[in-house]
Write a protein that binds this ligand. Structure first.
Ligand code: SF4
Length: 415
């Protein structure tokens, strides 16, 4: 894979380039998107809000995920985009500036989505989301860092709000709500019967101490494992916990873990992730990751990063080249210790420290993904499929690069 970056656009399979462009530019709203949901596509959690000629707002369902040959990509509606979906004789066609690009499909809603728990709750009310073949479980989306004004500077999703209330989560209360746990058990038990989902990824807002993280996550892992048996892979996606905490996750039934560090650079970590810096600290976070490899095994630990936070304030600041160099340093450190790093681009959202101009460009993101792919290639360390796979990698590109450059997947052993 000795390809210069300038040649990348020519060398990469076109669906990967289109995926990157769709991730960054989105797609213009068209009736075909709403028709796709009517025809069975899994709906997006954020319907499109259209302003009607009389000035009223109208919410229109749109699909959650595109299927582009062997890749999936998030459907993000942006009426300024050059991309549009139209009906075609084969189903749906993706166009750019009105010119046909390729046939597209949408990830269908799983058959268990219509299931209701014994108290009449939907899967969403049980804290479950379907992302391709992954079930993301989040019973505690409220993050205590928001209560101590120390939230990560890019984060727009950890506030206590109507969603946390509906899941029975209250600020300062660590264990998940027992009634929501019961609902979760019913939803996962039913979902596991169909075989449509392959992995369960348990996430949640952070607590202020690693020990409390274990208190919060262990009961959810136990319920998930009991519900899915050996039918699905279970990952603990908490904040960093010490070796004993990882042991407790393993005992509760987790196969793997993912403790997201968000940024490798020490000064950026302090400035951008003040809650993580204060509650855990960078050195303890890194030790938690390497200790977790002792517990779960080589290749069974991961950490996600937000690429781009190194450049604009509140970080002390870097050039793009300095940022890439820092990210490479972190990736080499982690890969050499059996830990998979994943990178999503900084996407500024309202209510955070960043304005739209602070996001990284698609070119920089592709360059970063290419360079990290080279590091994986040198180590024969493909992104493991317990973590992310072609059927759920809708906001990341690691699996697409591995596939494009012939790096095989690591298949996780059954629990
Ligand atoms: S830990 Fe950071 S990214 Fe995660 S929910 Fe809290 S503030 Fe958001």
């Amino acid at each position: 894979m000795n390809v210069s970056f300038d040649e990348l656009y020519d060398v990469l399979p076109k669906p990967i380039v289109w995926k990157a462009e769709l991730m960054f530019k989105g797609v213009r709203y068209s009736n075909a998107l709403t028709d796709a949901v009517t025809n069975g596509a899994a709906p997006n959690y954020w319907p499109h809000r259209k302003i009607t000629p009389d000035g009223h707002g109208q919410l229109l369902p749109v699909p959650y995920l595109f299927k582009l040959e062997n890749a999936v990509a998030r459907v993000r509606v942006n009426d300024a985009s050059e991309f549009e979906v139209q009906h075609s004789s084969n189903g749906y066609l993706l166009t750019s500036h009105g010119e046909p690009l390729c046939d597209v499909a949408f990830v269908p809603e799983h058959s268990w989505a219509s299931f209701r728990t014994s108290d009449g709750s939907t899967y969403s009310e049980a804290g479950v989301e379907q992302l391709g073949d992954m079930l993301v479980v989040n019973l505690t989306p409220g993050c205590e860092y928001f209560m101590t004004k120390s939230s990560c500077k890019f984060c727009g999703y950890g506030r206590f709000n109507a969603k946390t209330q509906s899941l029975g989560q209250l600020p300062g209360i660590i264990p998940p709500n027992s009634r929501t746990l019961d609902r979760l058990s019913e939803v996962l038990t039913n979902a596991a019967k169909t075989g449509e989902a392959r992995h369960v990824y348990i996430v949640g807002g952070s607590t202020l101490h690693p020990e409390q993280e274990v208190q919060r996550f262990s009961p959810v892992i136990k319920v998930a494992r009991a519900a899915v048996g050996n039918a699905m892979h279970v990952t603990a996606g908490s904040g960093a916990v010490d070796r004993d905490g990882s042991m407790q996750y393993l005992d509760a039934g987790a196969d793997t873990c993912c403790y997201n560090m968000e940024t490798w650079d020490a000064a950026t970590f302090e400035a951008v992730c003040p809650g993580k810096a204060k509650s855990v600290g960078r050195d303890r976070w890194i030790k938690a990751l390497t200790d977790a490899v002792d517990v779960f095994g080589w290749g069974n630990v991961a950490s996600a990063f937000v690429a781009g936070v190194e450049v604009p304030p509140p970080a002390p600041g870097m050039t793009t080249e300095q940022m890439l160099s820092s990210i490479r340093e972190g990736a080499e450190y982690l890969l050499d210790r059996g830990i998979t790093p994943l990178y999503s681009p900084l996407w500024p959202v309202d209510g955070t420290a960043y304005s739209p101009a602070d996001g990284i460009s698609p070119q920089t993101y592709l360059q970063l993904e290419y360079e990290i792919c080279q590091l994986r290639h040198q180590r024969n360390f493909p992104v493991p499929n317990w973590l992310i796979c072609p059927n759920c990698s809708y906001m990341l590109m690691e699996v697409d690069f591995d596939a494009a450059f012939g790096i095989g997947q690591i298949h996780a052993a059954a629990h």
